[in-house]
Design a protein. Structure first.
Lengths: 111, 111
């Protein structure tokens, strides 16, 4: 069966520090991968999506970047975090057929 | 570009029906989804409907799709306290399988 792992679950980072959130998928190949952010009081915002290794589409200009070094690995990064980067980050995958499967999320607090 | 809109809040008395509404803009959407997010947790797929369907029923959940008006609704019959959550509507593009979410509707149950 397919599973998605996202870590860490919670993270507190100072302003200006780097960020690396990792997401891995098991049990499927060539998935579509997504990073979403849910800011307090707002809905889900699509940050990046990828249809294959090295293929990243960015949806909004921001302080973040994404990489897909392997088929089932999706990494969200920042060189220098801003206060506005605080939020709940969700990784997801889909096979394009119907359902998207989400990780449990990472709550990032930038202080 | 694609856009998905929802009301931010809905309060319903326990035992009554809840109706959560969503409008979208992409007429080429293939699937439309309803996701549930409980406090501090990731997203859980509740149900989905293919764009050539008008209605789908699954136990207490009924999804209605009006393609002409690009309007999607989720009806929860006999609403219970466990239904308290944020409900997200999402559309999936036919072209690139990208998922776009609405802002989410926070459903509060009044005892």
């Amino acid at each position: 069966s397919q599973t998605i792992h996202q870590w860490p679950a919670t993270l507190v980072q100072p302003v200006g520090s780097p960020l690396s959130l990792e997401c891995t998928v098991e049990g499927t190949s060539n998935p579509n991968l997504y990073w979403y952010r849910q800011a307090a009081g707002r809905g889900l915002q699509l940050l990046f999506y990828s249809v294959g290794i090295g293929q990243i589409s960015s949806e909004v200009p921001q302080n973040l970047s994404a990489s897909r070094p392997q088929d089932r690995q999706f990494i969200l990064s920042s060189k220098k975090l801003l206060l506005s980067d605080s939020g709940f980050y969700l990784c997801a995958w889909s096979d394009g057929a119907r359902e998207a499967f989400f990780g449990q999320g990472t709550r990032l607090t930038v202080v | 570009g694609e856009d998905v809109e929802q009301s931010l809040f809905l309060s319903v008395r326990e035992g009554d029906s809840s109706v959560i509404n969503c409008t979208y803009t992409d007429s080429s959407s293939t699937y439309l989804y309803w996701y549930k997010q409980e406090p501090g947790a990731g997203l859980q797929l509740l149900t989905y409907i293919f764009s050539n369907m008008d209605m789908k029923q699954d136990q207490r959940l009924t999804v209605l799709l009006n393609k002409k008006d690009k309007h999607l609704s989720l009806r929860i019959a006999d609403t219970q306290t466990g239904d308290s959550a944020i409900y997200f509507c999402a559309e999936q593009e036919r072209r690139n399988e990208k998922l776009t979410f609405g802002t989410g509707t926070r459903l509060t149950i009044i005892p």
